[in-house]
Design a protein around this ligand. Sequence first.
Ligand code: F6P
Length: 319
Amino acid sequence: MKKIGVLTSGGDAPGMNAAIRAVVRKAIYHNLEVYGIKNGFQGLMEGNIEQMNLGSVGDIIQRGGTILFSARSEEFKTAEGQERGIEQLKKFGIEGLIVIGGDGSFRGAQKLTEKGFPCIGVPGTIDNDISGTDFTIGFDTSLNTIIEAVDKVRDTATSHERTYIIEVMGRDAGDLALWAGLAGGAESILIPEKKEDFEDIVDRLKRGHDRGKKHSIILLAEGVGSGIDFGDRIQETTKLETRVTVLGYIQRGGSPTATDRVLASRLGAKAVELLMANQGGKMVGIQNNNLVNYPFDEIFAQSHTINEEMYNLSKELSI
Ligand code: F6P
């Protein structure tokens, strides 16, 4: 393999730039040509492709977002869209592709692999919702952004003796809420993977209030439903003054943490190694601090699970 491409796709995540940097530098180190494809699969279909060099990725390891931009493409889900992409890959002589993104992006990568263009997936999403890896690029940074916000909300919650519902991202996964809830000392954590009894939540809030607690924090994953609606219900039932904060897109921005930069560098470089070994149709990941890789089919066949021990602990500690 002499020429490879790299793109970022789906929701951006802090650390994607560090992954792009690792792909480009590792490839050039091994005498490969690297092409950056802008705007994900949409840009691939449109031929928005440029050769990258060592300088293209200078001064980006610390930057959030993605210098290659990102998009969610409906057209690339169609056979015609995929053919358009393949024409562009042929035009530039690109023989293999590294796709940095989440589950939806890997489905596109799998299609290209089936059509003869080997692709390797690098898990990049704040949601941490991909099987076959303990962590995805961006999760740690996002978690730290959430914790900073939770700590700030806690200050004002205490001053006003209020209950706060903090809604966090995660799509259908509860990892951000669970980790942030545990790290932020939340009274309750609501995640889509676990059904909570509303009465239990109310009881816990009341018990806390009766023994003189100045405030309560509830972490709610967006996959459970609207924080605003939930806040209304809590206030109505408990009669405690309740406020809701939806953290939104600040969770996706910012300079990546050292953990995310290291993870992105390791995964990006490993993806290049797999392409050089003529392997395609796989995702690289990290498990127990070891680099691993699994065929996309295996990743798609498993559903993401939360850490039960952490969930149970969060219950015990928020008694
Ligand atoms: O997948 C990352 C994510 O930020 C999710 O947590 C969220 O549900 C979604 O993307 C938002 O997507 P969009 O950028 O299309 O609004």
